[in-house]
Design a protein around this ligand. Structure first.
Ligand code: NAP
Ligand code: HSE
Length: 446
C-alpha cells in the first residue's frame, strides 16, 4: 500500500485572456450530495467568490455516472453533463473540483488532469490517504495545484490550520472526532435511545454517510482522515493501513448506558501521537477506536454530525476546532474555499467586502435577550411584589425567581428574565430600591 506525503502547492492560477480576466471555467467530477451542493454554492455565492478572487466562475462541465438523470440546477445550454472525461476536458476547464469519491476511475482521472497542469480540489479522503504521494508528485511535475481541505472534517479548516497557521510549531498530539456519521449515530443512540439501524438510515438520508457506509461504521473513513492529518502534523509519510481502526459496530445500547453510569460518553476517537521509542527516537501511535470519554472532556460535548480536533503542541499549547463534519453544503464550503485559494486572492482587504464602506452599528436595544438580575433588597412584605410590578411596568417578563436570606432584614433576590430589551430592563430597575444590583445578559444554549 502506498503511503501519503503531503507536498506543498505549486501552480499559479488563473488563466487570463489577453491580460483581461474572463470567467474561470470550473468542471465538477460528481454531482451528488457534495458536488450538487458545490454547484449551488457557486451560483448562490457567486459574488463572494468574485470579491475574494476578482474572477467570475462558471461551471462548464459535470462528470457523472448517469448523464441522463434529471438534476436540479443544471442548465444544459451552459453546462455539459457527461460520463466521459474526454468530453469534459474538451470544455477546457481551468480548474476541476472532485466530489465523485472512490479510488478508480477517480485516481486515473486526477492523474490525467494534473499531468495536463489543471488544478484540482478534492473531497476524497480515501484517495488522498492511499495515493497522496503519487498524486502530489504528478501535481508538482504538471505544475498544478492539488488541494484537499474538504477531505477531512467537512467545513472545519483543519488542513489549512495544520499546514499554514501551525506551520512553524511542533505538534505532539492530535485527538479528534473525525467521522460525522458515527458521531451522529452515537448521539442518536445515547441522547434519543435510537436503534443502530435507524440511526444509520437517518445519517444516510441526511447525506452524511459515505456511498458505502461500511467505511464510516468500521472506522475506515476516520482512519483515512487521521492518516492525512498525521502526515501533515508530524511531517511524515503515513500508511493508512498502519492506523489501527475499530468501528462502532460492536458498541451496544448496554455499553452506552454503562458509560453514562461511569460519567462518560462513548465516542469514536481518532488519535495520532508522538511517543518515545523504547530504544530511543520517536514513534507515531495511530488509532481510531470507540472510547469512553469523561463528560467533562471537550470531545464529550461534540454531538450530531459535528467533528472536532484537539491539537497539542509547542509553543501554542492546545487548540480545539469544531464544526460540521459532514453534509453536502457544509463540505461544499471547504471545496469552494480551496477553489478560491487556487484562483488566488488578488488585493488584500481589511474586510471581506471592500465595497461595503460602513454598516450602521445596531442600537443596544436591537437585541432582546434573557438577563440575570441579582439585587440586595429589604426582606419585608411587598418588596417582591414591587420588583415584579416594576418589571411588568416596562414589559419585562420574569422567567425564574430565587430568594435567599442575606443578613439582618436583607435578602438576595435573583431573577432571570425572558428575552427583553436591555433598555426596558434598565427602566424597570430604576424604579426598584436595591443596595447592590448586578445585571448580566445570558447566552442562549445554542
Ligand atoms: P454521492 O452523493 O454518491 O455522489 C457521487 C457523485 O459522483 C454522483 O454524482 C455520481 O454520479 C458521481 N460518480 C460516482 N462514481 C462515478 C464514476 N465512476 N464516474 C462518473 N461519476 C461518478 O457521494 P457524496 O456524498 O457527494 O461524496 C462524494 C465524495 O465526497 C466522496 O469522496 C466522499 O468521501 C466525499 N465527502 C463526502 C461528504 C458528505 O458529507 N457526503 C463530506 C466530505 C467528503 P451519479 O449521480 O450519476 O450517480
Ligand atoms: N462520511 C463522512 C462522515 C463524510 O460521516 O464524516 C465526511 O467526510
Amino acid at each position: 500500500m502506498e503511503s501519503s506525503a503531503i507536498a506543498p502547492d505549486v501552480s499559479p492560477m488563473p488563466a487570463r485572456v489577453d491580460g483581461e480576466a474572463r470567467p474561470v471555467r470550473v468542471a465538477l467530477l460528481g454531482h451528488g450530495t457534495v458536488g450538487g451542493s458545490l454547484h449551488r454554492l457557486l451560483v448562490e455565492h457567486r459574488e463572494h467568490v468574485r470579491l475574494a478572487t476578482q474572477r467570475d466562475v462558471e461551471v462548464c462541465a459535470v462528470l457523472v455516472r448517469d448523464a441522463d438523470k434529471a438534476r436540479d440546477g443544471l442548465d444544459p445550454d451552459t453546462t455539459l453533463v457527461t460520463d466521459s472525461l474526454e468530453a469534459l476536458l474538451a470544455t477546457e476547464p481551468d480548474v476541476v473540483c472532485e466530489a465523485m469519491g472512490g479510488i478508480e476511475p477517480t485516481r486515473t482521472h486526477l492523474l490525467t488532469l494534473l499531468d495536463r497542469g489543471i488544478p484540482v480540489v478534492t473531497a476524497n479522503k480515501q484517495l488522498v490517504a492511499r495515493h497522496g504521494t503519487e498524486l502530489f508528485a504528478r501535481a508538482e511535475a504538471g505544475g498544478a495545484q492539488l488541494r484537499f481541505e474538504a477531505s477531512v472534517c467537512g467545513a472545519v479548516p483543519i488542513v489549512r490550520m495544520l499546514r499554514e497557521s501551525l506551520a512553524a510549531t511542533r505538534i505532539e498530539r492530535l485527538l479528534g472526532i473525525l467521522n460525522g456519521t458515527t458521531n451522529f449515530m452515537l448521539t442518536a443512540m445515547t441522547a434519543h435511545g435510537q436503534g443502530y439501524d435507524d440511526a444509520l438510515a437517518d445519517a444516510q438520508r441526511l447525506g452524511y454517510a459515505e456511498p458505502d457506509p461500511t467505511e464510516d461504521v468500521e472506522g475506515l473513513d476516520a482512519a483515512a482522515k487521521l492518516s492525512i492529518l498525521a502526515g501533515i502534523a508530524f511531517g511524515t509519510t503515513v500508511d493508512i493501513d498502519d492506523v489501527r481502526a475499530t468501528g462502532i459496530t460492536g458498541v451496544t445500547a448496554e455499553d452506552v448506558a454503562h458509560a453514562a453510569v461511569l460519567g462518560c460518553r462513548i465516542k469514536l476517537v481518532a488519535r495520532a501521537e508522538r511517543l518515545a521509542a523504547a530504544g530511543g527516537g520517536t514513534t507515531v501511535a495511530l488509532d481510531v477506536t470507540p472510547m469512553l470519554v469523561p463528560e467533562t472532556h471537550p470531545l464529550a460535548a461534540i454531538s450530531g454530525a459535528t467533528n472536532a480536533v484537539l491539537v497539542d503542541g509547542a509553543p501554542f499549547g492546545r487548540l480545539v476546532v469544531q464544526g460540521a463534519g459532514a453534509g453536502g453544503p457544509e463540505t461544499a464550503s471547504a471545496l469552494a474555499g480551496d477553489l478560491v485559494s487556487v484562483l488566488g486572492s488578488e488585493p488584500s482587504f481589511l474586510t471581506r467586502d471592500p465595497h461595503v464602506a460602513h454598516l450602521p452599528v445596531a442600537p443596544r436595544d436591537a437585541r432582546a435577550e434573557r438577563h440575570y438580575v441579582r439585587m440586595q433588597v429589604a426582606d419585608q412584605p411587598g418588596v417582591l411584589a414591587a420588583v415584579a410590578g416594576a418589571l411588568a411596568g416596562t414589559g419585562v417578563s420574569i422567567e425564574r425567581v430565587l430568594q435567599q436570606a442575606a443578613g439582618e432584614g436583607e435578602a438576595t433576590l435573583v431573577i432571570t428574565t425572558h428575552p427583553c430589551a436591555p433598555g426596558d430592563l434598565d427602566s424597570a430597575l430604576a424604579n426598584v430600591t436595591s443596595s447592590d444590583l448586578t445585571v448580566l445578559p445570558m447566552l442562549d444554549e445554542d
